[in-house]
Design a protein around this ligand. Structure first.
Ligand code: FES
Ligand code: FES
Length: 162
């Protein structure tokens, strides 16, 4: 069957099996930032945004992504132009092996999109489903708060120029 979907702002028409999981389809399409961890919806490594909400792609049927807008970590930024969250993760030292980072970044982006001024508790709640075996969680929470602060400054200076 065909899957028509939008990934990181670009239209795709992909040939999929009816029982294919979204994680496999995305990885086969080249989005290797979508990581396989537990395969059962509990580690968050495979998280992507679907129509603005974080979803674990290992427990999402690819067919359910017909006509939706998907954001993977590749759509956030790149080494030349990192997203403010990616920069904050690097600056705060909250990336070590990096395996959990794509999913955590997606969860953090979903949080900041809906709540640009989160508290540490809000960040903890939002990243609750994203496991990290390396860094502990304190630096990651700091990173999201730093990114929120940096985005606030950017918004202010953009407003000031209008
Ligand atoms: S691989 Fe999907 S939640 Fe763990
Ligand atoms: S940085 Fe290694 S699992 Fe999180």
């Amino acid at each position: 069957m065909k899957l028509n979907t939008r990934i990181n702002g670009k239209e795709y028409c992909l040939e999929i099996k009816p029982n294919a999981m979204l994680i496999d389809v995305l990885r086969q399409a080249g989005f290797k930032g979508v990581k396989f961890g537990c395969g059962e919806g509990s580690c968050g490594a495979c998280a992507v945004m679907i129509n603005g909400r974080p979803r674990n792609s290992c427990i999402t049927l690819a067919g359910a992504a017909e006509g939706v807008e998907i954001l993977t970590v590749e759509g956030l930024g790149n080494p030349e132009k990192p997203h403010v969250l990616q920069q904050a993760f690097v600056d705060s030292g909250s990336t070590q092996c990096g395996y959990c980072n794509p999913g955590s970044l997606i969860a953090a982006k979903a949080l900041l999109d809906s709540n640009p001024n989160p508290t540490a508790e809000d960040v903890k709640d939002a990243l609750d489903g994203n496991l990290c075996r390396c860094t502990g969680y304190v630096k990651r929470i700091d990173a999201v708060l730093q990114a929120a602060e940096a985005s606030k400054k950017t918004r202010k200076s953009t407003r000031g120029k209008k």
